[in-house]
Design a protein around this ligand. Structure first.
Ligand code: DGY
Length: 322
């Protein structure tokens, strides 16, 4: 009998085709999210599952599993939606899709850096509202933003994505500094300056970009006390997870011009982000599209399928979390 695999969201077509060749598969071609209660109910019919960060696989989900599911293969590098402790207790393997999205997340990070500092939303709205013609070309004032070239970028979390961002930022001659649990080897640092204490790094940042996973340690890593250490012209960028930022603190700083701007691709409580962000001209927002390119989503989907394939063929997993 072929193992039965549940796929909770639409994958890239090629990956679905590949999966169907070897397994009995329930796809979600409509891509309508499966409600938590329904997911818990149907999951017990399957030997494995391909999940995404939008599925709520917390403690409650695992409690109701009756030992049929052996592997959950997440499409995504982040797995903060999964209770790893419960998975371990139930001896369920968890895999993710690291590496293949480094470039696309770095691209969105650079886009946010540029858009937030060069006031892309205001410029776009000016043109779209047909008010450009009424705007005097005031040389030192009209639509004036902050330059990016040659500025200092502070990276919080210098993993694979953080390092790819550093590499791209160097095209703008940015000086890279970073805060990380551990100092990297000289080779991986590639000229970046290490800070063992985030509080010492923040005052030096023209831009600060978060690239840590969502963990209890990184929750609200930017809060009122750390944000207060940033210079007034600083720009905050987040493409990691919303939980790394205390919304009240960031919104207060943006409203009162305690910092210059923010560029955010991720939020607390997605997709129901704090609406106050939408009222701010100095905040450029995107709907969590860091990995959303054809190439990257295909690579992520394929890796998730390959992890399932390896597991059921007793081969080493490509990217094992636990
Ligand atoms: C990830 O891989 O964790 C991304 O945030 C999903 O797009």
């Amino acid at each position: 009998m072929r193992p039965k695999i549940l796929v909770t969201r639409k994958l890239s077509d090629l990956a679905e085709e590949k999966l169907k060749k070897k397994f009995d598969v329930q796809l979600n071609l409509s891509d309508i999210p499966i409600k938590d209660e329904k997911l818990i109910k149907i999951a017990n019919n399957f030997d494995g599952m391909i999940s995404t960060g939008w599925d709520n696989l917390g403690n409650n989900f695992f409690k109701k599993l009756d030992h049929k599911i052996k592997i959950i293969s997440q499409v995504g590098v982040g797995y903060d939606n999964i209770s790893i402790k419960s998975a371990k207790e139930k001896k369920i393997k968890i895999t993710n899709t690291p590496n293949v999205l480094n470039e696309s997340v770095a691209e969105i990070t650079i886009l946010l850096i540029l858009a937030a500092s060069r006031r892309a939303v205001e410029g776009f709205n000016l043109v779209r509202s047909y008010k450009w013609k009424d705007t005097p070309p005031d040389i030192p004032k009209t639509m004036i933003g902050n330059s990016v070239t040659g500025k200092t970028l502070g990276i919080i979390g210098m993993g694979r994505i953080g390092r790819m961002v550093a590499k791209c930022a160097k095209a703008f001659a940015m000086k890279i500094i970073y805060y990380n649990r551990n100092k990297l080897s000289e080779n991986l640092e590639d000229g970046a300056k290490y800070f063992s204490d985030i509080k010492n790094m923040l005052p030096e940042c023209d831009f600060v970009s978060i690239h840590t996973p969502a963990t209890p340690e990184t929750k609200h890593i930017l809060n009122s006390s750390t944000i207060s250490l940033l210079p007034k012209h600083a720009v905050v960028i987040n493409t990691s997870r919303g939980s790394t930022i205390d919304d009240d603190a960031l919104i207060e700083a943006l409203e009162n011009k305690k910092i210059y701007a923010a560029g955010l691709d991720v939020f607390n409580n997605e997709p129901n982000l704090d609406k106050r962000y939408l009222k701010l001209d100095n905040c450029f927002v995107l709907p969590h599209i860091g990995s959303a390119t054809h190439e990257t989503r295909l690579a992520m989907s394929m890796m998730a399928v390959d992890n399932i394939y390896c597991f059921f063929n007793k081969k080493p997993l490509i990217s094992e979390v636990v």
